[in-house]
Structure formats: structure tokens, C-alpha cells
Design a binder for this molecule. Structure first.
Ligand code: KG4
Ligand code: ZN
Length: 338
């Protein structure tokens, strides 16, 4: 079968992103980021996100089609993020996808955003199955067992805040800009051990918990302020990052001791984290299991990963009805039922 040409649409959060992908070859990729517009709110403001997706999607779509140099009739299917994500933001992508699929008389494919974050690793190299997937993003922290292609079983998740969310909230407390993850990461690289923070404990064996850590950072900052000691931002970022990344490495290590896999995939915005990449490389050397990260351009939200997974689903006959709605809290297992 000739590799399908898929147009992928992503509007689940604060990026309007559309790409045309042929197997793992990206023919075009256009993203309108809203990050600067949400900065004033210290996080994504859902109403504003919907309005900006509506404003930007026409131009992004037109440019993605033009840049790809394909003719519309070359497209095999339209893939779109169906969930999880912000309800209003998802609607804009799905409506656009339905109109295109109906007009071109080609299949519509509703794609799970987190599964796509993992599949983005295929822009680097093929995934070796069975695989263990770790999704670390602004909205989720999930450990997923992938027994075979297009099969995702949730084995662990956060009990409270997502990892990216905790980065963003701690950065906000420290008076840093949004999104705080990349800023804290940069600061942490220059930091030294000075502050001690508690290691978060989750109830489930493969689960995560970050809200207690956020509160611990807050208490530490208050204590320092009362004592009239200036906070050393660089060292606080270092302490926070050490603990947070260690929780991920510990859970991965534990999972690898009990679940035999041939590769580990780490995707989502936080997979850009420098300390995580260094520690994961060490764990990969220790365990002799390859760890695959998506290329840096495909770690944060993008239409290319949606098109990539859409292509695999298309080949497997996993087509959606034109009557589907968005699913803001779609579970990853449920996404793969035909
Ligand atoms: O996957 P993503 O683009 O959007 C969601 O689906 O949530 O992830 C965005 C998240 C933000 O919370 C951002 O602060 C975090 O990824 N992030 C990082 C880094 N780069 C982005 N967190 C830690 N270190 C980084 N280098
Ligand atoms: Zn994402």
C-alpha cells in the first residue's frame, strides 16, 4: 500500500497547528502559537484560546496546503485531535476537519492527543514493541504500556497536578513568565544544591503526585521571606527540577524491572527537559533499552504528530464517523477502539 498523505489538525490547547505528512515525511507544517497572548493570565485562558484558534485556523490551513505543494485530491484523509484538551478549542479543529473531509469525500480520523505525543518518536526512528510510553505534558503525566502498534494501556498517571502544570505553577510563584517549564529548566542548569524539598509520594505503584511539591515550594518561599532572606531562584529551580525529574526516572526504573519492553518512548512538552534527557540516557545505558524522544520540534503540540498517527490509523482502517464530537477527557485506551 502506498503511504497515505494525511493532513493533521491540532487545536487542543494553545497552538493552532496543521501539517501535511506522508508516512514520516513532513511535507508542510505550520503553527500559530498563542503562548504570548496567554502570558498575562499565567496559564491558558480557554475562551481566548478558542477565539484565537478561530482567527488563526484559516490562514494556517491555507499555508499548510500551499507549502506542502500537494493537490487537495492527493490527500488520503484528514486527522484531527479529538481529545483530550480544552472543549472549545477542540471544537474548532474538529469542525474544520469535518468540513474538509466532507468536501473532499475522504475519511475523517479522530486522533488521541497523548497517543500522538508518543507516536511523534517515529519521526526519529521506528518504535520497537512492546514499548513503555511516558507522556509528560502541561495537562497530563501518564505511563502507558504499548504491547503492539496502536495499542495503549494506561498503567500509571498523576493523582493531582500534571508535571508541566506544576512547572508552570511553581514558575508563576517565583514570578517567572508563562510557560515556566523551559525557564525553570534553563535556570536549573546553573543551580547548586542549597534547598531541600520533599520527594512526592503517590499511592499507586506507577502513579505520580506533584501538588504536595508545589505546596512545599510555596512554604519554603514564605519561610525565606519571613526570615528576610532573598530566594536564590537558580538554586530553587535546581532543587525543584532534581526532585521532579527523579520521580519520573524512579517510576520508569520500577516499571522496567517488572515489565519487559524493547524500547521506552518519552513524549509531550516536558520531554524537552534537559535534565530528563540526561537522566533518561543514563537509565538507557544501565538497562540497555533504547529510549526514544521525538525530535525537539515535535515535542510540544503540533499537527505533524496528529497526521503521523492518523496515517497509521488510516492504514489500520480506524476511520471515524462524521458524527463524532470532541472528547475533552478522552482516555487513551478508549481511543483505539474502531
Ligand atoms: O505537550 P505540551 O506542548 O502541551 C500539552 O499538551 O500540555 O506541553 C506544554 C508543557 C508546559 O507546561 C511547559 O511548561 C512544559 O511543557 N515544558 C517544559 C519544558 N519545555 C516545555 N517543562 C520542563 N522543561 C522544559 N524544558
Ligand atoms: Zn500536548
Amino acid at each position: 500500500m502506498k503511504a497515505p498523505i494525511i493532513l493533521g489538525i491540532e487545536t487542543s490547547c494553545d497552538e493552532t497547528s496543521i501539517a501535511v505528512v506522508n508516512d514520516t515525511k513532513v511535507l508542510s507544517h505550520v503553527t500559530a502559537s498563542q503562548i504570548n497572548r496567554h502570558e498575562a493570565y499565567g496559564g491558558v485562558f480557554p475562551e481566548l484560546a478558542s477565539r484565537l484558534h478561530t482567527e488563526n485556523i484559516g490562514y494556517v490551513l491555507q499555508t499548510a496546503i500551499k507549502d506542502s505543494k500537494i493537490k487537495l485530491e492527493d490527500l488520503s484523509a484528514i486527522a484531527v485531535t479529538r481529545g483530550p484538551g480544552l472543549i472549545g478549542a477542540l471544537h474548532i479543529g474538529l469542525q474544520t476537519a469535518k468540513m474538509l473531509a466532507a468536501r473532499l469525500q475522504i475519511p475523517l480520523i479522530g486522533v488521541h492527543h497523548h497517543a500522538a505525543h508518543l507516536e511523534a518518536a517515529r519521526f526519529m526512528q521506528p518504535i520497537l514493541y512492546p514499548a513503555l510510553g511516558l507522556i509528560v505534558s502541561g495537562g497530563h503525566t501518564e505511563l502507558v504500556y504499548m504491547a503492539r502498534p496502536l495499542h495503549y494501556e494506561l498503567i500509571g498517571q498523576t493523582q493531582d497536578d500534571a508535571i508541566g502544570e506544576s512547572y508552570d505553577k511553581v514558575a508563576r510563584m517565583m514570578g517567572l513568565a508563562y510557560p515556566g517549564g523551559p525557564i525553570l529548566d534553563q535556570l536549573a542548569q546553573k543551580g547548586k544544591p542549597q534547598y531541600t524539598l520533599p520527594t512526592p509520594k503517590a499511592i499507586g505503584k506507577f502513579d505520580f503526585s506533584y501538588s504536595g511539591l508545589k505546596t512545599a515550594v510555596q512554604s519554603l518561599m514564605q519561610k525565606e521571606q519571613h526570615a528576610k532572606r532573598e530566594i536564590n531562584q537558580v538554586n530553587l529551580a535546581f532543587a525543584f527540577q532534581q526532585i521532579v525529574i527523579q520521580t519520573l526516572i524512579d517510576k520508569l526504573q520500577l516499571a522496567l524491572q517488572t515489565i519487559p519492553v524493547k524500547s521506552v518512548i518519552i513524549g509531550g512538552g516536558v520531554s524537552l527537559n534537559q535534565t530528563l534527557r540526561k537522566q533518561a540516557t543514563l537509565l538507557s545505558q544501565q538497562t540497555k533499552i533504547p529510549f526514544i524522544f521525538p525530535p525537539t520540534w515535535a515535542c510540544t503540540d503540533n499537527g505533524a504528530m496528529i497526521a503521523l498517527l492518523g496515517g497509521e490509523m488510516f492504514k489500520a482502517g480506524m476511520i471515524s464517523s462524521l458524527e463524532i464530537g470532541v472528547d475533552p477527557s478522552w482516555e487513551i485506551q478508549a481511543s483505539m477502539q474502531k
